[in-house]
Design a protein around this ligand. Structure first.
Ligand SMILES: *Cc1c(COP(=O)(O)O)cnc(C)c1O
Ligand SMILES: [Zn+2]
Length: 559
Protein backbone atom coordinates (compact mmCIF):
# COMPACT_ATOMS: atom_id res chain seq x y z
CA UNK A 1 0.00 0.00 0.00
CA UNK A 2 1.55 3.21 -1.13
CA UNK A 3 0.12 6.34 0.33
CA UNK A 4 1.37 9.43 2.11
CA UNK A 5 -0.27 12.10 4.20
CA UNK A 6 -0.12 15.59 2.71
CA UNK A 7 -0.76 18.74 4.73
CA UNK A 8 -3.30 20.90 2.91
CA UNK A 9 -1.77 24.06 4.43
CA UNK A 10 1.97 23.70 3.81
CA UNK A 11 2.09 20.72 1.43
CA UNK A 12 4.47 18.76 3.66
CA UNK A 13 4.28 15.02 3.06
CA UNK A 14 4.71 12.50 5.84
CA UNK A 15 4.07 8.80 6.42
CA UNK A 16 0.82 7.86 8.12
CA UNK A 17 0.47 7.25 11.84
CA UNK A 18 -3.16 7.02 12.97
CA UNK A 19 -2.37 8.64 16.32
CA UNK A 20 -0.40 11.61 15.02
CA UNK A 21 -2.98 14.31 14.53
CA UNK A 22 -1.06 17.23 13.06
CA UNK A 23 1.51 18.20 10.43
CA UNK A 24 5.06 17.79 11.77
CA UNK A 25 6.16 20.92 9.92
CA UNK A 26 3.37 23.52 10.45
CA UNK A 27 1.14 21.84 13.08
CA UNK A 28 -1.98 22.06 10.88
CA UNK A 29 -4.58 19.40 11.67
CA UNK A 30 -5.92 19.47 8.11
CA UNK A 31 -4.23 16.79 6.06
CA UNK A 32 -5.30 14.24 3.50
CA UNK A 33 -4.19 10.87 2.18
CA UNK A 34 -2.59 10.70 -1.26
CA UNK A 35 -2.24 7.50 -3.27
CA UNK A 36 -0.29 6.52 -6.33
CA UNK A 37 -3.45 6.71 -8.42
CA UNK A 38 -1.74 5.70 -11.65
CA UNK A 39 -0.65 2.37 -10.21
CA UNK A 40 -3.98 1.77 -8.51
CA UNK A 41 -5.84 2.60 -11.75
CA UNK A 42 -3.95 -0.06 -13.66
CA UNK A 43 -4.34 -2.78 -11.00
CA UNK A 44 -7.58 -2.27 -9.09
CA UNK A 45 -10.11 -2.86 -11.90
CA UNK A 46 -8.46 -6.24 -12.57
CA UNK A 47 -8.72 -7.21 -8.88
CA UNK A 48 -12.31 -6.18 -8.32
CA UNK A 49 -14.18 -9.06 -10.00
CA UNK A 50 -12.69 -11.59 -7.56
CA UNK A 51 -13.39 -9.54 -4.40
CA UNK A 52 -16.54 -9.54 -2.30
CA UNK A 53 -18.77 -6.47 -2.55
CA UNK A 54 -17.82 -4.78 0.70
CA UNK A 55 -15.82 -1.73 1.74
CA UNK A 56 -12.49 -3.59 1.68
CA UNK A 57 -12.64 -4.33 -2.04
CA UNK A 58 -11.07 -0.86 -2.43
CA UNK A 59 -8.31 -1.57 0.11
CA UNK A 60 -5.61 -0.03 -2.14
CA UNK A 61 -7.37 3.31 -1.63
CA UNK A 62 -7.75 3.03 2.14
CA UNK A 63 -5.18 4.00 4.81
CA UNK A 64 -5.05 0.67 6.62
CA UNK A 65 -1.87 -1.35 6.23
CA UNK A 66 -3.14 -4.83 7.11
CA UNK A 67 -6.65 -6.10 6.67
CA UNK A 68 -7.93 -7.23 10.05
CA UNK A 69 -10.55 -9.86 9.31
CA UNK A 70 -11.35 -10.22 13.00
CA UNK A 71 -12.79 -6.70 13.16
CA UNK A 72 -15.08 -6.66 10.15
CA UNK A 73 -18.87 -6.75 10.55
CA UNK A 74 -19.58 -6.80 6.82
CA UNK A 75 -19.42 -3.01 6.39
CA UNK A 76 -20.01 -1.37 3.02
CA UNK A 77 -21.50 -3.03 -0.02
CA UNK A 78 -24.96 -1.59 0.61
CA UNK A 79 -27.53 -1.84 -2.20
CA UNK A 80 -28.37 0.88 -4.70
CA UNK A 81 -32.12 0.78 -5.15
CA UNK A 82 -34.15 2.49 -7.85
CA UNK A 83 -36.96 4.59 -6.34
CA UNK A 84 -39.64 3.76 -8.89
CA UNK A 85 -42.62 5.28 -7.07
CA UNK A 86 -40.80 8.44 -6.02
CA UNK A 87 -39.61 8.74 -9.61
CA UNK A 88 -43.16 8.57 -10.96
CA UNK A 89 -44.49 11.04 -8.41
CA UNK A 90 -41.71 13.54 -9.09
CA UNK A 91 -41.60 13.02 -12.85
CA UNK A 92 -37.92 12.18 -12.48
CA UNK A 93 -37.49 8.48 -13.27
CA UNK A 94 -33.79 8.00 -12.51
CA UNK A 95 -33.71 8.34 -8.74
CA UNK A 96 -31.57 5.81 -6.86
CA UNK A 97 -31.29 5.29 -3.12
CA UNK A 98 -27.93 4.27 -1.64
CA UNK A 99 -29.32 2.28 1.26
CA UNK A 100 -26.81 2.89 4.04
CA UNK A 101 -29.35 1.67 6.60
CA UNK A 102 -28.07 -1.78 5.70
CA UNK A 103 -24.75 -1.29 7.45
CA UNK A 104 -24.03 -3.26 10.64
CA UNK A 105 -25.45 -0.57 12.97
CA UNK A 106 -27.83 0.94 10.40
CA UNK A 107 -26.09 4.16 9.42
CA UNK A 108 -23.29 5.21 7.06
CA UNK A 109 -21.09 5.90 10.10
CA UNK A 110 -20.28 2.19 9.98
CA UNK A 111 -17.78 2.83 7.18
CA UNK A 112 -16.03 5.50 9.22
CA UNK A 113 -16.02 3.31 12.34
CA UNK A 114 -14.76 0.20 10.53
CA UNK A 115 -11.73 1.94 9.00
CA UNK A 116 -10.90 4.27 11.89
CA UNK A 117 -11.15 1.60 14.59
CA UNK A 118 -9.10 -0.78 12.43
CA UNK A 119 -6.37 1.86 12.12
CA UNK A 120 -6.45 2.70 15.85
CA UNK A 121 -6.28 -0.97 16.75
CA UNK A 122 -3.27 -1.26 14.41
CA UNK A 123 -1.72 1.66 16.32
CA UNK A 124 -2.28 -0.02 19.70
CA UNK A 125 -5.00 2.26 21.08
CA UNK A 126 -7.06 0.66 23.88
CA UNK A 127 -9.21 3.53 25.15
CA UNK A 128 -10.67 6.54 23.34
CA UNK A 129 -13.13 9.43 23.48
CA UNK A 130 -15.73 10.51 20.93
CA UNK A 131 -18.39 13.22 20.87
CA UNK A 132 -21.41 12.37 18.79
CA UNK A 133 -24.97 13.32 17.86
CA UNK A 134 -25.74 9.61 18.24
CA UNK A 135 -24.87 7.49 15.23
CA UNK A 136 -21.07 7.86 15.32
CA UNK A 137 -21.08 6.70 18.93
CA UNK A 138 -23.27 3.70 18.07
CA UNK A 139 -21.00 2.61 15.19
CA UNK A 140 -17.77 3.25 17.08
CA UNK A 141 -19.15 1.30 20.03
CA UNK A 142 -19.84 -1.78 17.92
CA UNK A 143 -16.38 -1.80 16.33
CA UNK A 144 -14.65 -0.82 19.58
CA UNK A 145 -16.29 -3.85 21.18
CA UNK A 146 -14.71 -6.12 18.57
CA UNK A 147 -11.36 -4.36 18.77
CA UNK A 148 -11.16 -4.39 22.56
CA UNK A 149 -11.12 -0.60 22.82
CA UNK A 150 -12.93 1.16 25.65
CA UNK A 151 -15.05 4.01 24.34
CA UNK A 152 -16.21 7.13 26.18
CA UNK A 153 -19.19 8.52 24.25
CA UNK A 154 -20.14 12.14 24.92
CA UNK A 155 -23.64 12.88 23.64
CA UNK A 156 -26.06 15.73 24.23
CA UNK A 157 -29.01 15.01 26.47
CA UNK A 158 -31.24 15.61 23.41
CA UNK A 159 -30.07 12.41 21.70
CA UNK A 160 -33.08 10.04 21.73
CA UNK A 161 -32.96 7.65 24.66
CA UNK A 162 -33.17 4.61 22.36
CA UNK A 163 -29.88 5.67 20.77
CA UNK A 164 -28.19 6.19 24.13
CA UNK A 165 -29.20 2.70 25.20
CA UNK A 166 -27.89 1.34 21.92
CA UNK A 167 -24.49 2.91 22.69
CA UNK A 168 -24.54 1.46 26.21
CA UNK A 169 -25.44 -2.10 25.17
CA UNK A 170 -22.07 -2.37 23.40
CA UNK A 171 -20.31 -1.61 26.68
CA UNK A 172 -19.38 2.01 25.99
CA UNK A 173 -19.58 4.61 28.73
CA UNK A 174 -22.31 7.11 27.81
CA UNK A 175 -21.76 10.64 29.11
CA UNK A 176 -24.79 12.91 28.71
CA UNK A 177 -23.95 16.58 28.32
CA UNK A 178 -26.73 19.05 28.95
CA UNK A 179 -25.92 21.57 26.26
CA UNK A 180 -25.40 21.82 22.51
CA UNK A 181 -23.42 19.32 20.44
CA UNK A 182 -20.63 21.86 20.02
CA UNK A 183 -20.42 22.10 23.81
CA UNK A 184 -20.42 18.30 24.12
CA UNK A 185 -17.41 18.29 21.78
CA UNK A 186 -15.59 20.76 24.01
CA UNK A 187 -16.33 18.73 27.14
CA UNK A 188 -15.13 15.54 25.42
CA UNK A 189 -11.93 17.26 24.29
CA UNK A 190 -11.19 18.50 27.80
CA UNK A 191 -11.87 15.05 29.26
CA UNK A 192 -9.53 13.42 26.73
CA UNK A 193 -6.82 16.01 27.43
CA UNK A 194 -6.99 15.51 31.20
CA UNK A 195 -6.83 11.72 30.93
CA UNK A 196 -4.44 11.70 28.00
CA UNK A 197 -6.82 9.60 25.90
CA UNK A 198 -7.09 9.47 22.13
CA UNK A 199 -9.84 11.87 20.96
CA UNK A 200 -11.70 11.37 17.69
CA UNK A 201 -11.14 14.49 15.56
CA UNK A 202 -14.27 14.31 13.39
CA UNK A 203 -13.63 15.48 9.82
CA UNK A 204 -9.91 15.87 10.57
CA UNK A 205 -9.64 12.11 11.06
CA UNK A 206 -7.97 10.91 7.89
CA UNK A 207 -9.27 7.35 8.17
CA UNK A 208 -12.86 8.58 8.57
CA UNK A 209 -12.82 10.79 5.48
CA UNK A 210 -11.11 8.03 3.50
CA UNK A 211 -13.72 5.47 4.59
CA UNK A 212 -16.55 7.63 3.25
CA UNK A 213 -14.96 7.60 -0.22
CA UNK A 214 -16.04 3.99 -0.65
CA UNK A 215 -19.64 5.20 -1.04
CA UNK A 216 -18.59 7.01 -4.24
CA UNK A 217 -16.74 3.96 -5.57
CA UNK A 218 -19.71 1.70 -4.88
CA UNK A 219 -22.20 4.09 -6.47
CA UNK A 220 -20.12 4.27 -9.66
CA UNK A 221 -19.77 0.48 -9.85
CA UNK A 222 -23.45 -0.10 -9.09
CA UNK A 223 -24.72 2.51 -11.57
CA UNK A 224 -22.54 0.87 -14.21
CA UNK A 225 -24.13 -2.50 -13.47
CA UNK A 226 -27.66 -1.05 -13.44
CA UNK A 227 -27.43 1.33 -16.41
CA UNK A 228 -24.53 -0.08 -18.40
CA UNK A 229 -21.07 1.45 -18.73
CA UNK A 230 -20.67 5.00 -19.91
CA UNK A 231 -20.77 5.22 -23.72
CA UNK A 232 -17.45 7.06 -23.61
CA UNK A 233 -14.10 5.29 -23.66
CA UNK A 234 -11.40 6.23 -21.22
CA UNK A 235 -8.58 8.09 -22.96
CA UNK A 236 -5.69 6.27 -21.35
CA UNK A 237 -7.12 2.80 -20.86
CA UNK A 238 -9.32 2.12 -23.90
CA UNK A 239 -11.84 0.44 -21.62
CA UNK A 240 -15.43 1.47 -20.93
CA UNK A 241 -15.88 4.03 -18.20
CA UNK A 242 -17.94 3.58 -15.07
CA UNK A 243 -21.05 5.71 -14.58
CA UNK A 244 -21.23 8.67 -12.26
CA UNK A 245 -24.63 10.14 -11.33
CA UNK A 246 -25.56 13.73 -12.22
CA UNK A 247 -26.42 14.45 -8.57
CA UNK A 248 -25.38 13.11 -5.20
CA UNK A 249 -27.69 14.23 -2.36
CA UNK A 250 -27.02 13.90 1.36
CA UNK A 251 -28.26 15.41 4.59
CA UNK A 252 -25.37 16.97 6.49
CA UNK A 253 -24.40 17.82 10.02
CA UNK A 254 -20.61 18.19 10.29
CA UNK A 255 -20.09 17.48 6.59
CA UNK A 256 -17.67 14.57 6.93
CA UNK A 257 -19.64 12.36 4.53
CA UNK A 258 -19.50 14.66 1.51
CA UNK A 259 -15.88 15.56 2.20
CA UNK A 260 -14.99 11.90 1.69
CA UNK A 261 -17.49 11.12 -1.04
CA UNK A 262 -16.45 14.10 -3.19
CA UNK A 263 -12.81 12.99 -2.77
CA UNK A 264 -13.87 9.50 -3.87
CA UNK A 265 -15.47 10.73 -7.09
CA UNK A 266 -12.48 12.96 -7.74
CA UNK A 267 -10.08 10.01 -7.40
CA UNK A 268 -12.23 7.95 -9.78
CA UNK A 269 -12.04 10.74 -12.35
CA UNK A 270 -8.30 11.17 -11.91
CA UNK A 271 -7.86 7.41 -12.35
CA UNK A 272 -9.80 7.66 -15.62
CA UNK A 273 -12.64 5.46 -14.34
CA UNK A 274 -15.38 8.11 -14.68
CA UNK A 275 -15.46 11.10 -17.02
CA UNK A 276 -17.10 13.66 -14.72
CA UNK A 277 -18.01 14.21 -11.09
CA UNK A 278 -21.57 14.62 -9.85
CA UNK A 279 -22.98 17.86 -8.53
CA UNK A 280 -23.56 17.58 -4.78
CA UNK A 281 -26.69 18.80 -3.00
CA UNK A 282 -26.05 19.04 0.75
CA UNK A 283 -29.16 19.49 2.85
CA UNK A 284 -29.51 20.87 6.39
CA UNK A 285 -32.44 21.43 8.73
CA UNK A 286 -33.62 25.02 8.90
CA UNK A 287 -33.20 25.07 12.67
CA UNK A 288 -29.47 24.40 12.27
CA UNK A 289 -28.30 25.47 8.82
CA UNK A 290 -25.06 27.43 9.20
CA UNK A 291 -23.62 26.07 5.96
CA UNK A 292 -26.71 26.79 3.86
CA UNK A 293 -26.88 30.30 5.30
CA UNK A 294 -23.27 31.01 4.39
CA UNK A 295 -23.74 29.45 0.94
CA UNK A 296 -26.77 31.64 0.25
CA UNK A 297 -24.67 34.69 1.12
CA UNK A 298 -21.82 33.31 -1.00
CA UNK A 299 -19.46 33.23 1.97
CA UNK A 300 -16.71 30.65 2.44
CA UNK A 301 -16.95 30.72 6.24
CA UNK A 302 -20.06 29.86 8.23
CA UNK A 303 -21.25 31.74 11.31
CA UNK A 304 -21.95 29.19 14.04
CA UNK A 305 -25.53 28.58 15.14
CA UNK A 306 -25.25 28.75 18.93
CA UNK A 307 -28.63 27.21 19.86
CA UNK A 308 -29.88 24.85 17.17
CA UNK A 309 -33.68 24.66 16.97
CA UNK A 310 -34.53 21.30 15.50
CA UNK A 311 -35.97 17.98 16.63
CA UNK A 312 -33.41 16.28 14.43
CA UNK A 313 -30.52 16.05 16.87
CA UNK A 314 -28.40 13.99 14.44
CA UNK A 315 -27.97 17.12 12.32
CA UNK A 316 -27.35 19.62 15.11
CA UNK A 317 -23.76 20.64 14.35
CA UNK A 318 -23.94 24.39 14.95
CA UNK A 319 -20.32 25.14 14.08
CA UNK A 320 -19.03 23.30 11.00
CA UNK A 321 -15.71 25.14 11.18
CA UNK A 322 -13.27 24.63 8.34
CA UNK A 323 -15.18 21.65 6.90
CA UNK A 324 -17.61 24.18 5.44
CA UNK A 325 -14.84 26.20 3.84
CA UNK A 326 -13.56 23.04 2.14
CA UNK A 327 -17.05 22.00 1.06
CA UNK A 328 -17.82 25.50 -0.21
CA UNK A 329 -14.94 25.28 -2.67
CA UNK A 330 -15.70 21.69 -3.70
CA UNK A 331 -19.40 22.43 -4.19
CA UNK A 332 -18.62 25.49 -6.36
CA UNK A 333 -16.37 23.29 -8.49
CA UNK A 334 -18.96 20.55 -8.99
CA UNK A 335 -21.81 23.05 -9.62
CA UNK A 336 -23.76 21.72 -6.69
CA UNK A 337 -25.67 23.49 -3.95
CA UNK A 338 -26.54 23.68 -0.25
CA UNK A 339 -30.16 23.89 0.82
CA UNK A 340 -32.30 23.44 3.90
CA UNK A 341 -35.73 22.06 4.78
CA UNK A 342 -37.70 22.36 7.99
CA UNK A 343 -38.42 19.52 10.43
CA UNK A 344 -42.01 19.11 9.19
CA UNK A 345 -40.83 18.70 5.60
CA UNK A 346 -38.37 16.05 6.78
CA UNK A 347 -41.02 14.12 8.75
CA UNK A 348 -43.31 14.27 5.74
CA UNK A 349 -40.55 12.95 3.47
CA UNK A 350 -39.97 10.17 6.00
CA UNK A 351 -43.60 9.08 5.65
CA UNK A 352 -43.55 9.32 1.85
CA UNK A 353 -40.35 7.25 1.67
CA UNK A 354 -41.66 4.56 4.03
CA UNK A 355 -45.12 4.34 2.53
CA UNK A 356 -44.12 4.56 -1.13
CA UNK A 357 -40.75 2.80 -1.24
CA UNK A 358 -40.82 0.53 1.82
CA UNK A 359 -37.82 2.31 3.28
CA UNK A 360 -37.99 3.46 6.88
CA UNK A 361 -35.30 6.06 7.46
CA UNK A 362 -34.51 8.18 10.46
CA UNK A 363 -35.56 11.85 10.26
CA UNK A 364 -31.98 12.97 9.60
CA UNK A 365 -31.79 10.74 6.53
CA UNK A 366 -35.22 11.90 5.39
CA UNK A 367 -33.89 15.47 5.28
CA UNK A 368 -32.03 14.49 2.10
CA UNK A 369 -35.28 13.32 0.51
CA UNK A 370 -37.13 16.48 1.49
CA UNK A 371 -34.24 18.31 -0.20
CA UNK A 372 -34.67 16.14 -3.30
CA UNK A 373 -38.38 17.05 -3.50
CA UNK A 374 -37.54 20.73 -3.16
CA UNK A 375 -34.77 20.73 -5.77
CA UNK A 376 -36.86 18.81 -8.34
CA UNK A 377 -39.75 21.23 -7.87
CA UNK A 378 -37.44 24.20 -8.21
CA UNK A 379 -36.20 22.80 -11.53
CA UNK A 380 -32.62 22.64 -10.25
CA UNK A 381 -32.65 18.86 -10.65
CA UNK A 382 -33.90 18.07 -14.17
CA UNK A 383 -36.29 15.25 -15.06
CA UNK A 384 -33.58 13.46 -17.07
CA UNK A 385 -30.92 13.66 -14.35
CA UNK A 386 -29.59 10.54 -12.69
CA UNK A 387 -29.82 11.19 -8.95
CA UNK A 388 -28.40 9.21 -6.04
CA UNK A 389 -29.74 9.99 -2.57
CA UNK A 390 -27.82 8.69 0.41
CA UNK A 391 -30.26 7.11 2.85
CA UNK A 392 -27.81 7.46 5.69
CA UNK A 393 -29.64 5.96 8.63
CA UNK A 394 -32.41 3.65 9.78
CA UNK A 395 -35.04 4.86 12.13
CA UNK A 396 -34.28 3.58 15.61
CA UNK A 397 -37.64 2.40 16.85
CA UNK A 398 -40.02 5.02 15.43
CA UNK A 399 -40.50 7.72 18.05
CA UNK A 400 -44.12 8.27 19.14
CA UNK A 401 -44.38 11.89 17.96
CA UNK A 402 -43.70 10.83 14.37
CA UNK A 403 -46.93 8.88 14.09
CA UNK A 404 -49.47 10.94 16.01
CA UNK A 405 -52.72 9.37 17.24
CA UNK A 406 -54.67 6.43 15.88
CA UNK A 407 -51.84 4.65 14.18
CA UNK A 408 -53.03 1.24 15.35
CA UNK A 409 -56.36 -0.48 15.74
CA UNK A 410 -56.87 -2.83 18.63
CA UNK A 411 -58.86 -5.95 19.08
CA UNK A 412 -59.97 -6.46 22.65
CA UNK A 413 -61.66 -9.79 23.16
CA UNK A 414 -64.26 -9.83 25.94
CA UNK A 415 -63.26 -13.01 27.73
CA UNK A 416 -66.78 -13.89 28.89
CA UNK A 417 -68.47 -13.84 25.51
CA UNK A 418 -65.55 -15.75 24.02
CA UNK A 419 -66.24 -18.61 26.34
CA UNK A 420 -69.96 -18.59 25.64
CA UNK A 421 -69.84 -18.17 21.86
CA UNK A 422 -66.28 -17.75 20.62
CA UNK A 423 -67.26 -16.94 17.00
CA UNK A 424 -69.59 -14.08 17.91
CA UNK A 425 -67.15 -12.47 20.30
CA UNK A 426 -64.48 -12.45 17.63
CA UNK A 427 -66.77 -11.02 14.96
CA UNK A 428 -67.97 -8.23 17.20
CA UNK A 429 -64.40 -7.33 18.13
CA UNK A 430 -63.26 -7.30 14.49
CA UNK A 431 -66.20 -5.14 13.46
CA UNK A 432 -64.91 -2.45 15.74
CA UNK A 433 -61.53 -2.51 13.94
CA UNK A 434 -62.99 -0.99 10.79
CA UNK A 435 -66.37 -0.18 9.28
CA UNK A 436 -67.88 -2.80 7.00
CA UNK A 437 -67.97 -0.49 3.99
CA UNK A 438 -65.00 1.58 2.85
CA UNK A 439 -65.22 4.38 0.31
CA UNK A 440 -65.21 2.79 -3.17
CA UNK A 441 -62.77 4.22 -5.67
CA UNK A 442 -62.35 3.43 -9.37
CA UNK A 443 -58.91 3.95 -10.91
CA UNK A 444 -59.16 4.31 -14.67
CA UNK A 445 -55.84 4.31 -16.50
CA UNK A 446 -54.42 2.33 -19.40
CA UNK A 447 -50.97 2.21 -17.77
CA UNK A 448 -50.55 -0.58 -15.26
CA UNK A 449 -47.70 1.28 -13.54
CA UNK A 450 -49.88 4.36 -13.06
CA UNK A 451 -52.71 2.28 -11.60
CA UNK A 452 -50.29 0.56 -9.25
CA UNK A 453 -48.92 3.91 -8.01
CA UNK A 454 -52.38 5.32 -7.26
CA UNK A 455 -53.51 2.08 -5.63
CA UNK A 456 -50.42 2.21 -3.43
CA UNK A 457 -51.01 5.84 -2.48
CA UNK A 458 -54.60 5.09 -1.44
CA UNK A 459 -53.79 1.91 0.43
CA UNK A 460 -50.79 3.29 2.26
CA UNK A 461 -52.68 5.77 4.35
CA UNK A 462 -56.33 4.93 4.36
CA UNK A 463 -59.01 2.32 3.90
CA UNK A 464 -60.56 2.21 0.45
CA UNK A 465 -62.09 -0.47 -1.68
CA UNK A 466 -60.33 -0.11 -4.98
CA UNK A 467 -61.39 -1.12 -8.48
CA UNK A 468 -59.32 -0.78 -11.60
CA UNK A 469 -60.30 -0.31 -15.24
CA UNK A 470 -57.83 -0.12 -18.08
CA UNK A 471 -60.05 1.54 -20.68
CA UNK A 472 -63.09 3.80 -20.96
CA UNK A 473 -65.61 1.09 -21.75
CA UNK A 474 -64.57 -1.06 -18.81
CA UNK A 475 -64.70 2.02 -16.62
CA UNK A 476 -68.33 2.83 -17.42
CA UNK A 477 -69.46 -0.72 -16.72
CA UNK A 478 -67.46 -0.89 -13.51
CA UNK A 479 -68.68 2.42 -12.09
CA UNK A 480 -72.32 1.39 -12.55
CA UNK A 481 -71.91 -2.14 -11.29
CA UNK A 482 -69.84 -1.28 -8.21
CA UNK A 483 -71.51 1.99 -7.19
CA UNK A 484 -68.19 3.78 -6.74
CA UNK A 485 -67.94 6.94 -4.66
CA UNK A 486 -65.03 8.45 -6.60
CA UNK A 487 -63.37 8.06 -9.98
CA UNK A 488 -59.71 8.74 -10.70
CA UNK A 489 -59.52 9.18 -14.44
CA UNK A 490 -56.67 9.31 -16.94
CA UNK A 491 -57.32 11.42 -20.06
CA UNK A 492 -55.11 9.78 -22.67
CA UNK A 493 -56.41 6.30 -23.32
CA UNK A 494 -56.80 4.41 -26.60
CA UNK A 495 -60.27 4.14 -28.22
CA UNK A 496 -62.43 5.89 -25.62
CA UNK A 497 -60.43 8.67 -23.98
CA UNK A 498 -61.10 10.40 -20.66
CA UNK A 499 -63.13 13.20 -22.22
CA UNK A 500 -65.53 10.66 -23.77
CA UNK A 501 -65.78 8.80 -20.43
CA UNK A 502 -66.72 12.07 -18.72
CA UNK A 503 -69.40 12.80 -21.32
CA UNK A 504 -70.90 9.35 -20.87
CA UNK A 505 -70.82 9.62 -17.06
CA UNK A 506 -72.58 12.94 -17.08
CA UNK A 507 -75.46 11.80 -19.33
CA UNK A 508 -76.50 8.97 -16.98
CA UNK A 509 -78.38 9.96 -13.81
CA UNK A 510 -76.79 7.10 -11.84
CA UNK A 511 -73.25 8.30 -12.52
CA UNK A 512 -73.63 12.03 -13.20
CA UNK A 513 -72.82 13.18 -9.68
CA UNK A 514 -69.87 10.89 -8.84
CA UNK A 515 -66.85 13.12 -8.19
CA UNK A 516 -63.95 12.74 -10.63
CA UNK A 517 -60.26 13.47 -10.18
CA UNK A 518 -58.42 13.69 -13.47
CA UNK A 519 -54.82 12.53 -13.30
CA UNK A 520 -53.01 13.26 -16.50
CA UNK A 521 -49.52 13.21 -17.92
CA UNK A 522 -50.52 15.72 -20.56
CA UNK A 523 -50.12 19.51 -20.46
CA UNK A 524 -53.70 20.57 -21.17
CA UNK A 525 -54.55 23.24 -23.75
CA UNK A 526 -56.86 26.09 -22.74
CA UNK A 527 -59.56 24.45 -24.84
CA UNK A 528 -59.22 21.15 -23.04
CA UNK A 529 -59.22 22.83 -19.64
CA UNK A 530 -62.46 24.58 -20.63
CA UNK A 531 -63.98 21.27 -21.60
CA UNK A 532 -63.22 19.88 -18.15
CA UNK A 533 -64.64 22.86 -16.30
CA UNK A 534 -67.64 21.89 -14.19
CA UNK A 535 -67.13 18.26 -15.17
CA UNK A 536 -64.43 17.30 -12.69
CA UNK A 537 -63.53 18.07 -9.08
CA UNK A 538 -59.73 18.11 -9.27
CA UNK A 539 -56.88 17.96 -11.77
CA UNK A 540 -53.62 16.28 -10.81
CA UNK A 541 -50.61 16.49 -13.11
CA UNK A 542 -48.72 13.18 -13.19
CA UNK A 543 -45.13 13.52 -12.04
CA UNK A 544 -46.06 16.59 -10.04
CA UNK A 545 -47.60 15.40 -6.81
CA UNK A 546 -46.49 13.52 -3.75
CA UNK A 547 -48.59 10.80 -2.19
CA UNK A 548 -49.94 12.89 0.67
CA UNK A 549 -51.04 15.71 -1.65
CA UNK A 550 -53.00 13.26 -3.73
CA UNK A 551 -54.61 11.78 -0.62
CA UNK A 552 -55.67 15.19 0.59
CA UNK A 553 -57.67 15.70 -2.61
CA UNK A 554 -59.24 12.28 -2.29
CA UNK A 555 -60.16 12.81 1.36
CA UNK A 556 -61.63 16.26 0.66
CA UNK A 557 -63.89 14.85 -2.05
CA UNK A 558 -65.09 11.91 -0.01
CA UNK A 559 -65.96 14.27 2.87
C1 LIG B 1 -23.96 11.59 10.51
C2 LIG B 1 -25.25 11.61 9.84
C3 LIG B 1 -25.57 12.61 8.92
C4 LIG B 1 -24.66 13.76 8.61
O1 LIG B 1 -23.46 13.34 8.11
P1 LIG B 1 -22.20 14.28 7.90
O2 LIG B 1 -21.67 13.88 6.57
O3 LIG B 1 -21.26 13.93 9.00
O4 LIG B 1 -22.60 15.69 7.94
C5 LIG B 1 -26.80 12.54 8.31
N1 LIG B 1 -27.67 11.55 8.56
C6 LIG B 1 -27.39 10.56 9.42
C7 LIG B 1 -28.41 9.49 9.66
C8 LIG B 1 -26.17 10.55 10.08
O5 LIG B 1 -25.91 9.56 10.94
ZN1 LIG C 1 1.77 21.58 7.29
Amino acid sequence: MTFTIRCIDCGHKAPFFPTSVSCPRCNSQWREAEYDLETVASNLPLQLPSRPFDLWRYRELLPVRNLNQALTLGEGGTPLIQAVNLGMMLGCPNIYIKDERQGPTSSFKDRQAAVTIAALKEAGITEMVVASTGNVAISYSAYAARAGIKLWAFVTSLVPAVKMREIAIYGSQVVKVTGSYDQAKQVAAEFARQRNLYLDMGARTITSVEAMKTIAYEIAEQLTALRGPSPKISANQSQPLWRAPDWYIQSISGGMGPLGIIKGFSELRRMGLIDREPATALIQTEGCAPMTQAWNEDKDTASPVISPRTHIETLATGDPGRTYTLLYKLTKENHGTFDSVNDEEAFRAMHVLAKMEGISAEPAAAVAFAGLFKLVRAGIIKSTDVVVVNCTGHTMPTEPFLLGENWASSVVLPSRSLEDSPQEGLLAALNRVAPARFPRVAIVDDSEEARRLIRRILQSQGNFTIFEAENGKQALELVKKENTDLIILDLMMPEMDGFAVLDALKTEPQTASIPVIVSTAKELTADEKNKLKGQIQALMQKGDFLSDEFLEEVRALLG
